[in-house]
Unconditional design. Structure first.
Length: 105
């Protein structure tokens, strides 16, 4: 069987998963599914400090999970890669299903 996952693609996949692999960043993605939001509103909605939120947002923007646009002094973020959202829905559904909750002895 031929491997389709090259080293460079595997590295990119790992970087995207790292970009969303934090509870706050997962919540940001879920929040932005409703539509774009400015940084201040994201911070308020998630009760996070702006300095820390900027780091989270920049990481996801650098990995092309999110996009952003500036309007005056405000920066608005939006979901850039809808495939990441689909993947996160699959993972969330897996976790919500209770799979892996029962420990076998």
């Amino acid at each position: 069987m031929e491997m389709k996952l090259t080293d460079s693609v595997a590295e990119k996949v790992a970087q995207v998963l790292k970009a969303v692999g934090h509870p706050v960043r997962l919540k940001v993605v879920e929040l932005l599914e409703r539509g774009e939001m400015c940084v201040g509103d994201i911070c308020d909605a998630l009760d996070e400090k702006q300095a820390m939120m900027s780091q989270h947002l920049n990481m996801m923007r650098d990995r092309d999970v999110l996009g952003c646009r500036r309007e005056g002094a405000k920066v608005y973020y939006f979901i850039k890669n809808k495939n990441v959202v689909k993947l996160l829905h699959c993972i969330r559904d897996h976790c919500d299903s209770g799979v892996g909750d029962a420990r076998q002895g």
